[in-house]
Structures are given as C-alpha cells and as structure tokens.
Design a protein around this ligand. Structure first.
Ligand code: MYA
Length: 201
C-alpha cells in the first residue's frame, strides 16, 4: 500500500479509525429523521440556492448520525458528453458527508476524501446519496457515503470514505474573504448563520 494511504504508525490506513475512536453521538437538538436540512449557505456550490450551476443538493436528516440526499445531474455538470464530471460527483459526496456535522453540532472541514467511481452517471440521472458518520476520535470524524442511480435501491455508482477535522470559527473568519463573511453573517435566516459560523454544513 502506498504511503499516501497509510498512516505513519503501524501501517493503518489513514481512513481507518484509531483503536480509541468512539461511536458518533447525535446531538439532542438534531432535526428529526426525514427533516430537510436546507442550504447552510446560499452561495454554497453543493447546496446553495443562489448558485446557478451548483448541485442544489437536497439533504435530509436520517437515523443516528446519518443523512440522505438527492442530486440531479444537469448539463452544466458534464465531463464526457452526456455524463457527470467525476469532480462534480466527488463534490456531491463531500457535501453530503459534510452535512453529518450539523447532526453532531460540530464545525468541521474535509481533511481527506477518497472516492470510488463504479458506474457512469448520465445527465438527467438522479443520484440517491446516503452518508453516515462511523467513528469519532478527538477532532477527527470518520464517515462514509454512497450514491445510487435508478432509485434509492439502485446500483451503487459512487462511494467515498472521508475524514473531517473539527475547526473553530476562525477557520472561516481568518481565511475567508471579508465581503462574503459579512454578507453571510447578515443573512436574516439566523438558523443559516448559526450553521455557517457556529456549526458548519
Ligand atoms: C463563510 C462561510 C462559512 C461556512 C462554513 C461551513 C463549511 C462549509 C463546507 C461545506 C462543504 C463540505 C465540506 C468541505 O468541502 S470543507 C472545504 C475543504 N476542506 C478544506 O478546505 C480544509 C483545508 N485543510 C485545513 O484547513 C487543515 O488541513 C485541517 C483543518 C483539515 C487540519 O489542520 P489542523 O492544523 O487544524 O489540524 P492537524 O493538521 O493537526 O490535523 C488534526 C488531525 O487530523 C489529521 N489529518 C488532518 N488532515 C488529514 C488528512 N488529509 N489525512 C489524514 N489525516 C489528516 C491529522 O493527522 C491530525 O491527526 P492526529 O495527529 O490528531 O491523530
């Protein structure tokens, strides 16, 4: 196995939780299963309503620390003629996985995302996504996701494993552009402000 996919100690794959990892805990105030989470930021490429070429991913809370989502591939998302671009599919997986943090009420960003592309996804197809948090170790959250085509029980077209790392609000306020931060903080939808600046996706 290459050094890119193994840890420095013991040869454990970097996306395998360490032995002291714990079960993920759903926050008591997490939305009930089936509740749409809505966009966390209107300009988000993954879920924002104000991104004309964005994915407009519709994520719903699932059981435990799990979510489901749908993404319909549009012509703007092509790589090969008539087929979704792999980077766009990885974005859909990333956004779905990132939404898990809202159920834990933790601010976290993607540290590592490993994707498998198993079947081509045509324009017009709807990708039925599901993601779940598998373990937590300190600031690290381990999670996996898959996307099926032809229906929620259809064949798996894409899947991913990911590591998210908990960060403070300063991750955004120190690194993001001030104009976007100001605009997002003045959003009259205070739930969105809390998600963007106190919790994340
Ligand atoms: C303005 C609006 C705001 C909106 C907010 C909503 C969010 C929206 C997002 C929505 C979109 C969806 C989501 C998105 O797209 S989020 C956007 C994409 N992600 C990023 O931009 C993150 C960029 N990276 C960083 O900022 C830093 O590298 C982070 C914060 C990740 C870590 O740097 P930091 O200095 O803080 O911590 P550390 O280096 O001590 O690491 C801590 C631990 O983690 C382990 N580790 C780290 N990296 C990796 C790796 N690659 N593989 C394996 N392990 C890794 C590391 O070994 C260590 O483990 P241990 O030694 O403790 O055992």
């Amino acid at each position: 196995m290459s050094s890119a996919t193994t840890s420095a100690s013991g040869g454990r794959p970097v996306l395998a939780p360490p032995p002291d990892a714990t079960e993920p805990v759903r926050h008591p105030d997490a939305p009930a299963p089936g509740t749409p989470l809505g966009p966390h930021y209107d300009q988000c490429f993954g879920c924002g309503d104000d991104q004309p070429y964005g994915l407009h991913l519709a994520v719903r809370a699932g059981e435990g620390v799990g979510v489901t989502a749908e993404f319909t591939v549009r012509p703007a998302h092509q790589g090969a003629p008539g087929l979704a671009h792999g980077g766009v599919l990885a974005s859909a997986l990333d956004e779905t996985l990132g939404s898990l943090n809202w159920l834990r009420r933790v601010i976290a960003v993607t540290g590592r995302l490993e994707s498998d592309f198993l079947r081509p996804v045509p324009v017009g197809a709807t990708l039925h996504l599901s993601a779940r948090c598998t373990a937590v170790a300190g600031r690290k959250m381990y999670a996996s996701a898959e996307g099926r085509i032809g229906g929620p029980q259809g064949p798996v077209a894409v899947r991913a494993q990911a590591l998210f790392v908990e960060v403070g609000v300063s991750h955004f306020t120190s690194n993001g552009r001030p104009e976007e931060i100001r605009a997002a903080m003045s959003d009259p939808d205070q739930v969105k402000v809390v998600r963007a600046f106190e919790v994340g996706p």
